[in-house]
Ligand binder design. Sequence first.
Ligand code: ADP
Ligand code: ADP
Ligand code: MG
Length: 667
Amino acid sequence: MFNKILIANRGEIACRVAATAARMGIRTVAVYSDADASAKHVAACDEAVHIGGNAPKDSYLRWERILEAARATGAQAVHPGYGFLSENEAFAQACADAGVVFIGPPPAAIKAMGLKAESKRLMAQAGVPLVPGYHAQDQDPALLLTEADRIGYPVLIKASAGGGGKGMRVVEAAQDFAAALASCKREAINSFGDDAVLIEKYVQRPRHIEIQVFGDTQGNFVYLFERDCSVQRRHQKVLEEAPAPGLAPSMRAEMGAAAVAAARAVQYVGAGTVEFIVEQRPDCSMQFFFMEMNTRLQVEHPVTEAITGLDLVEWQLRVADGEALPLRQEQLRITGHAIEARICAENPDKNFLPATGRLSVYRKPVASAFERNTHADRVRIDDGVEEGDAISPYYDSMVAKLIVHGDDRAQALARLDDALARMHIVGLNTNVQFLRYVLRSPSFAQARLDTALIVREQAVLFQQEPIGLALAAAAAVAQTLLDERALAGADPFSRRDGWRAYGLAVRRFGFEFAGTPTQAQLTYLRDGSLQLEVAGQTGPLVFEPSGSGIALQFGGLRHTVFVYRQGEWAHVFAPHGATRILAIDLLAHAGDQQAEGGRLTAPMPGKVLSFAVKAGDKVSKGQALAVMEAMKMEHTIAAPADGVVSELLFAPGDQVFEGAELLRLAG
Ligand code: ADP
Ligand code: ADP
Ligand code: MG
């Protein structure tokens, strides 16, 4: 076995590969860009080599530099992960030429499967079923139109070199064909440098079911069953599960045999995935067609690991080292049900627009250790980030993968929902709450899966508010009081809830929730208990710390909530969902704590919109000084105390980091 390998990737997959290598006693070399100098994957490896700038073309795609790093560190093999160089035939060949083992298929197999059109011609010869379509070389637009007419609308125009859901256009009728073709070709040339297209019948309400295959250098092949990846947005996978609900054992065997035939046809070696599109007929029968083969380890491979109890990276390493496949087909079994959720930095309510920012809070559910050949991994988190890390615009928006395993689908679903509830991320928008809505949607819960699920269920997926104002406000008030008590320590005279000492038994909180300003009133009763009035509800507010959360009672319900404050926002996580609420007088308290130094800092990363003052101005406590924009909302920075503005440290339009000093006040 290799003594040392280089991992030519970043993020969660680099960490994932490093974990198996470490378990097998193989040393690892990381490579990293400027932005990744202190990334988790660098720490996860034994050595690390800096390979260049932030843009992938300046670092993770620079294969000469990566091979140089392999030579310099004495790495005997390179694991490419997924994305980047993983399906680059030239890189695989360059590794071979340099005497370094490429942990993946031979260059010829990558090439054969690299272009969708050519791979389909090969698959037709190998007897693998194809979606009716046109895959030939002639790209004459008139011919393509004739072919589309022959196939029958709707049709799908696909970039032959495409990937990642890009370069596809659905055409409903002949008169739209020319415009769609031109736009598809433009995207294809820009994204893939090759504008050749193929045309396929557009399958209605299809399922995406793929088969994990493995080959070795001795010509053995197995399939490790299927993954259903039908739940997609923009033709990209969101949830993946195995086994595929409702797949008959006979059809699984047929698909497995077709996938092995596909792999055999290109003399495949290592891990690969054959993707099929499955047509669901009105009579409930299903028919599968080859879509493409991904010649790498797939993002969703942990689902297969969970149901087989195998470590696919270990298999990759063994096969790359020339060993035979560890198991034969008849030794492979499916146990239970597994689901993976991709947690992405994005805004589902804004058409899944990618989000960037800092993970100011990143708390995860407790995972069981990664162990081989057990089904103990009931909850697994694969990630490449730590709390405090930035999600930059340079790379993929995937923050983490949450993988759960259950005895059956219902148990796996419940476990995933619970694990998502324990995933606390503050600092950027994510799809965590959205994923929970998908899990609970009737279609997903009842396993009525197809690629249109998200569109069909949109009424229950978007623009939802999981937690009401009353609970959010009660949680924010409770956290404020707990923070104040912690600050004041045991000294009763400096306790804020000792306001009664000055004759005040009532305290008001200003909130803004879901865009609407509102007020809450907290009354300190003579017996020492608290009463809260908010959102038309009045009742006792009872709370105490519980672990890092708060055991909270309000409105007749008990909840364990977690509240994280970021500037004036309180981010509230309850078992049934998460939300954020703007707690206006929390800012005043934050200001009080800053008053001594006369400093004013940005409560969160964002843009300075304007200053209401200039150097030399006299200001009084509470006066608005500056307005910032962060997370598409405006925030006013108010004077924490009376004073004179001595200096403005930024100009309107400047981007500032969280904690950046915006202006100075002299006392
Ligand atoms: P999977 O089928 O494993 O889910 P995806 O298609 O989502 O894979 O892609 C996996 C990773 O590879 C993603 O990070 C994606 O951005 C990247 N990727 C896939 N195809 C391409 C491509 N043609 N060019 C660049 N990146 C790609
Ligand atoms: P990529 O390389 O981007 O992954 P694929 O060919 O694998 O491209 O297709 C991606 C997704 O597009 C599929 O998972 C499926 O949802 C949809 N799709 C692809 N081909 C068809 C088709 N013929 N009919 C309907 N949907 C399709
Ligand atoms: Mg695909």
